[in-house]
Design a protein around this ligand. Structure first.
Ligand code: NAD
Length: 413
């Protein structure tokens, strides 16, 4: 039933799957412990996630637990075709390949919804929103779902506010064991992985602007600093701006930074953060990359409109020569750079994110009748994932003594 490009890549994909699995002990523990007491047998799950080696470990785990998985990608350019081929060879229904156009991307999501899944596991909420907006899914079997990322959660909050959210969804992103590590350390490292693979330039001494100082922006700014860059931040939130200042970064409006910086990385979840005006102010040779979920943080349409010449320099790197002769370099077409120009987050962080996805889906299956609306991960699941992660890292920590517990619960010193 799959729709993929090259089945012959299955063996390559299997090796990558194994490497990821070996480095995702928390997820393996979560799968094994869940299997002792729970089964998804007979449950159809539509999974709309970036098709990476880490995702293959989650998908194989869902399969081990008895689920019938229907997988589509979460971005037209992020699918690792070897992983798609490996999962297909294991009997997973995969509808994804790298380099889809927007129509093909949507058709693949539709294919996973056409099978009438009970649970939808999403990253960015394209699957959830499709189900809510398309008349053909008005009648459906969905009992609930999960959502992986900040932008997806923001979209679902808007859907809930409009009174249209049809089933309970667990905001996986809001778990501490997700956003503290995945958004910050995962995106921080992998975004530079993408920038380095595409540009192959030295970061030391470069002026790097990070747009947005949320979880993702903090990680990117920290890694840029670690690589020796001179880092600036643009923000709209006064508290986050102060945090960036006290973390040692130069904070200024984007239009000022546009004139100064060599490299820009957007991480806001917002539209046109680098807009026409900023683009007009950029230095010759400025490099633009985006780490946010959607490809609208940089006004790429404007770049295309005013470019008199566009040339591909290397894989995932294009140079736009503007009408005034300025050359602007764009990484990964302005799409999510760590997944398009690199391989996404390292397995160790996805191990925690996907433990949350898996346990979120289990909770939906068991408790959907008691759940309503968009909800955060229950604290006990968050702590369970953290414990599994520490076990995987072979790190022991202290436990509170009874004396300390009593002290913590008393108002008498
Ligand atoms: N690349 C990845 O693998 C990856 C991983 C996790 C999250 N994400 C995505 O990255 C984006 C950011 O996620 P987050 O968790 O950091 O969100 P967040 O809400 O913690 O942070 C976003 C920050 O951007 C700031 N911001 C908003 N508009 C701005 C503007 N015009 N100029 C400057 N700053 C602005 C906000 O004030 C906020 O501080 C989202 O789209 C999210 O889905 C990507």
């Amino acid at each position: 039933m799959s729709k993929i490009t090259d089945k012959s890549l299955a063996e390559k994909g299997r090796k990558s799957y194994q490497w990821a699995r070996d480095n995702m002990p928390a997820l393996v523990t979560t799968i094994n412990k869940t299997a002792e007491e729970f089964s998804f047998k007979g449950t159809k799950i539509a999974v709309c996630l970036h098709v990476t080696k880490e995702t293959s470990v989650l998908v194989m785990g869902l399969k081990e637990l008895g689920a019938d998985v229907y997988l589509s990608g979460a971005n037209p350019l992020s699918t690792q075709d070897d992983i798609a081929a490996y999962l297909d060879s294991e009997g997973v229904n995969v509808f994804a390949w790298r380099g889809q156009n927007d129509k093909e991307y949507q058709e693949c999501i539709d294919a996973t919804l056409d099978v009438e899944p009970e649970i939808i596991m999403d990253d960015g909420s394209d699957a959830h929103i499709t189900l809510h907006q398309n008349q053909k899914y008005e009648k459906n079997n969905v009992i609930g779902g999960t959502e992986e990322t900040t932008t997806g959660v923001v979209r679902l909050e808007a859907l809930e506010k409009s009174g249209k959210l049809k089933y309970p969804i667990i905001a996986v992103n809001n778990a501490y064991t997700k956003h503290l590590f995945d958004n910050r350390y995962g995106t921080g490292q992998s975004t530079f992985d993408g920038i380095l693979r595409s540009t192959a330039l030295l970061m030391a001494g470069k002026k790097v602007t990070v747009c947005g100082y949320g979880w993702v922006g903090r990680g990117i700014a920290a890694r840029a600093k670690g690589l020796g860059a001179i880092v600036s931040v643009s923000e709209i939130d006064p508290i986050r701006a102060i945090e960036a200042v006290m973390d040692g970064f130069d904070v200024k409006p984007i239009n000022e930074l546009a004139k100064e910086s060599d490299i820009f990385v957007t991480a806001t979840g917002q539209k046109h953060v680098i807009d026409k005006n900023s683009i007009r102010n950029l230095k010759d040779g400025a490099i633009l990359a985006n780490a946010g979920h959607f490809d609208l943080e940089i006004d790429v349409a404007f770049l295309q409109d005013v470019a008199k010449n566009v040339k591909t320099i290397r894989d995932n790197l294009e140079e736009y020569e503007l009408d005034n002769g300025t050359k602007i370099v764009l990484v990964a077409k302005g799409r999510i750079a760590n997944l398009v120009a690199a391989e996404g987050h390292p397995p160790e962080v996805m191990s925690m994110s996907f433990s949350n996805q898996l346990l979120g889906a289990v909770k939906i299956k068991l408790d959907h009748k008691k759940l309503k609306g968009l909800i955060d991960m229950p604290k006990e699941i968050d702590y369970k994932v953290a414990k599994h992660a520490l076990e995987g890292m072979k790190i022991n920590i202290d436990t509170q003594t009874q004396e300390q517990k009593d002290y913590g619960e008393s108002y008498v010193i």
